[in-house]
Design a binder for this molecule. Structure first.
Ligand code: UD1
Length: 362
């Protein structure tokens, strides 16, 4: 049974790693790994393959960056001949990036069964490109694997047949738990001269935040106050780096304790998160990772597609209003808030459950 597995962008790599490992226990499945090349920088891609022990991709489509339509179309054009040549039994896509959508559409149009890992998440904000990618991919998938109960409920409400939906837990957390001990040995805190519990970590890359000068300005106003008390370590995504070259460059540079660093590798970033007093982010995956680490997370967005992280985990969805960010920051620093719990099935074995279902159903 041949399964083509697709990765494209940074958050896909930690999701595919445990699946590639779990396939080894199932000799009936012959996995092929395809990298679309959506992310291509050493620090956005290759480093993750090495640190997570992901096998070299069998094929790299090398599509690179572009507009949404341009990038999606380039992936589709490159992926179609590959599927025609290999004729797999299924295509497996993860997450919600343009590579997920593009390869999913190509698969179903060629009559190849589509498997979506991390299905059913909904922010209910259709201005987010990822929300469109999630809606379209789920609507054409044959097997849908969910990380949390909200995903199952969303899919049922949208009319997906219950026998296609599986609540299996979270492959990103499989990777976190498998690499926690190794990450402990990272020297990143020493290299940066910071002490555990005495700094915050910031990540920002969503177009709605970093491409909008008004929202970006409000976030910078909050950061200006926070960094006076707590140094902020800010690994900068390439998209954000471009923006920092613009009119806001001077403001960010003038904040003595806002420390811009290059995108961190997986192990360094895991160490940075797990020892932080607080994480501020607009990422999806980091809301989940901080939940498992029990580190307070302020999500600088108006919505989350991962509600369980705020219901039982350490996440607070605070938006981008300066005062709201600062109020939540003060609550965290005062130690207010409940003790976070780990969502059901986030136990490090999601990939094994997925492979067991694939072996039975395909
Ligand atoms: C993509 C995903 C987003 C995910 C994020 C994680 C979509 C629609 N978005 O956003 O859901 O959270 O990845 O990082 O798929 N660039 C580089 N080097 C790289 C990759 C990108 O310099 O290796 C620069 C390019 O200038 C590019 C820009 O970053 O134009 C944005 O890259 P793109 O892949 O379009 O989207 P991301 O913002 O990374």
């Amino acid at each position: 049974m041949k399964i083509v597995n697709v990765v494209g962008a940074r958050p896909n790599f930690m999701k595919i790693a445990p699946l590639m490992r779990a396939y080894k226990a199932c000799p009936r499945i012959a996995p092929l790994l395809v990298h679309t090349g959506q992310h291509y920088d050493e620090r956005m891609s290759d480093l993750f393959f090495r640190q997570l022990g992901i096998p070299e991709p069998d094929v790299n489509l090398e599509v690179g960056s572009g507009s949404h339509a341009g990038q999606t179309a380039a992936i589709m054009r490159a992926f179609e001949p590959l599927l025609l040549a290999h004729r797999p039994d299924a295509v497996l896509v993860v997450g919600d990036v343009n590579s997920t959508l593009a390869c999913g559409l190509v698969a179903v149009k060629l009559g190849v069964r589509l498997v979506h890992v991390e299905a059913g998440l909904r922010s209910f904000d259709r201005t987010m490109p990822e929300e469109i990618n999630r809606l379209v991919t789920d609507s054409v998938s044959d097997l849908l694997f969910c990380t949390e109960p909200s995903g199952v409920e969303n899919l049922r409400r949208e009319g997906v047949a219950p026998e296609k939906i599986f609540l299996v837990g979270n492959v990103m957390i499989d990777t976190l738990l498998a690499h926690r001990a190794k990450a402990e040995a990272s020297r990143i805190l020493d290299d940066l001269g910071i002490a555990p519990g005495r700094y915050a970590v910031l990540t920002l890359h969503r177009p709605a935040n970093v491409d909008d000068p008004v929202r970006w300005g409000r976030i910078l106003d909050a950061l200006q106050v926070i960094q006076r008390d707590l140094p902020i370590i800010f690994p900068v995504h390439p998209r954000t780096r471009k923006n920092l070259g613009g009119p806001s460059a001077g403001r960010a540079a003038a904040m003595k304790n806002l420390r811009l660093i290059d995108p961190a590798g997986y192990l360094d970033f895991l160490k940075l998160m797990s020892s932080a007093r607080l994480v501020l982010t607009d990422s999806g995956g980091i809301q989940e990772e901080t939940t498992v680490l029990g580190v307070p997370c302020l999500t600088l967005r108006d919505s989350t597609e991962r509600p369980i992280t705020a219901e039982v985990g350490s996440n607070r969805v605070v938006g981008t209003d300066t005062e709201k960010i600062l109020a939540a920051y003060r609550e965290v620093m005062d130690g207010r808030g409940r003790r976070p719990q780990i969502p059901p099935l986030w136990d490090g074995h999601a990939a094994e459950r997925i492979v067991a279902v694939l072996a039975e159903r395909l």
